[in-house]
Design a protein around this ligand. Structure first.
Ligand code: NIG
Ligand code: FE
Length: 411
């Protein structure tokens, strides 16, 4: 067993612990430990508190120089960073006035990335995931959810999920895979049963036997799958023990109701949610996931985050990093800017990218700094945590710690 090590002192240590999962939060509610320290043992947090109180005879100390703020490692609970190719042409077309849905109807959009991803080898996909994960890690994100969904056949979806698993073994970030075989209907599907039936009967059992993921997602939208089409798919997924998550209410409302009905972990997007959906989500245990990167990439409205929180909902914020609707892939920038448009407190923004995001992944030991939690944390060179969102993503982490080890430090 390795010896415990005390890391600190941090000018401000924000453990993000003891806060409610749901509802509005004021900055005054944030617990802040001044001159804080963290005792790490075997990659986990053994103790957290005031640095001088944690000092004891014989304990090794990693001294933190200068004024620094420490937060839990950030959690990006919705990405599509496994893909081939680019959609720069789509982006230019959208900015010339053609809509995302119009581009999709003429064969571009998600289908274009499916074509490019199918051409990539598994090794090429692994390389792409590793490159993007590294960038996220340096931006302070230590846990990254990654979806399939650009394969859209049993073999191609398996290629993506196996690539995510392989990348997880190689990167220092924790990757959480999700099966998004129900992204859109594949244009080339031909078979005796429906595409979704094929996925539940052939893909799901293989996912189980190879232990590729415990999570199933679907895009519920007029241009993808209707609530009626997706119900038997989610039913089967639940029966097989998968957790559910939904791309919901992006352009038209409807998906969030499906999310509530199936007890999903999260309903993601919600740009088109109305008062009805906001109330429904707030009363449920489903986490509402805002994806400001998609609003920025498409030039459309933000998720009504303020209303969701005021209605008592749980709000997480993720990057949706993908080649089409959200090419930027910078969670802290996006979450900070969502805060300015939606009038969110620092406490709400930071909760949305730490413990409220890890709850959407059912990972209670991440996104929070407390005894027993994973020792993943990030530090910023400042003496005031309010500087972090204020700089809208331009104040980059000074150092990133994963499982109690410093894996990145700015020169
Ligand atoms: O979350 N809305 C559906 N799926 C992705 C977009 C994927 C793409 O455009 O390639 C999303 O925005
Ligand atoms: Fe998405």
């Amino acid at each position: 067993m390795n010896k415990p090590i005390l890391i600190g002192p941090f000018t401000q240590l924000l453990p993000m612990s003891g806060l409610p999962l749901k509802g509005a939060l004021a900055d005054e509610q944030l617990p802040i430990i001044e001159n804080g320290g963290i005792v790490v043992s075997e990659g986990k947090i053994q103790k957290i508190g005031v640095f001088t109180d944690l000092k004891s005879d014989g304990i090794d100390i990693h001294h933190i120089e200068g004024e620094q703020v420490c937060l839990p490692g950030l959690v990006d609970a919705h990405t599509h960073i496994c893909f081939g190719g680019t959609r720069a042409r789509d982006y230019a077309m959208r900015n010339a006035g053609v809509s995302y849905l119009e581009i999709a109807k003429t064969g571009g959009g998600i289908w274009d990335t499916v074509t490019q991803t199918r051409k990539a080898t598994r090794e090429e996909l692994v390389e792409g995931i590793l490159e993007r994960s590294q960038k996220h890690l340096q931006n302070g994100i230590t846990t990254i959810e990654v979806k399939s969904g650009y394969g859209l056949s049993v073999e191609q979806e398996l290629k993506m999920l196996r690539a995510i698993k392989q990348a997880n073994d190689k990167t220092e970030a924790d990757l959480v895979a999700t099966c998004l075989a129900a992204h859109i209907k594949p244009k080339d599907w031909s078979g005796n049963n429906t595409y979704l039936e094929e996925m539940t009967s052939t893909l799901f059992p293989t996912i189980k036997s190879e232990n590729l993921t415990t999570r199933v997602d679907a895009f519920v939208e007029e241009s993808a799958f209707s609530p009626e089409e997706i119900a038997p798919y989610f039913q089967k997924a639940k029966e097989m023990g998968f957790d559910i998550t939904v791309h919901a209410d992006q352009f038209t409302a409807g998906g969030s109701e499906v999310a509530v009905q199936f007890g999903a972990l999260s309903a993601d997007h919600l740009e088109a949610s109305t008062e009805k959906e906001i109330q429904l989500l707030a009363k449920s245990d489903v986490i509402s996931m805002a994806l400001p990167g998609a609003s920025m990439g498409l030039g459309c409205a933000y998720t009504p985050a303020r209303k969701i929180l005021d209605a008592g909902g749980a709000l997480a914020i993720a990057s949706d990093h993908n080649p089409g609707s959200a090419p930027m892939g910078d969670l802290l920038t996006q979450a900070s800017i969502l805060g300015t448009f939606e009038k969110l407190s620092n406490a709400e923004v930071l909760s949305g990218i730490t413990f409220r995001a890890s709850a959407a992944l059912k990972l209670a030991d991440k996104g929070v700094l407390q005894t027993g939690a994973q020792a993943d944390f990030v530090t910023f060179l400042t003496n005031n945590y309010q500087e972090i969102t204020y700089h809208q993503g331009q104040l980059k982490p000074n150092a990133v710690w994963k499982n109690g080890k410093q894996i990145f430090k700015k020169d």
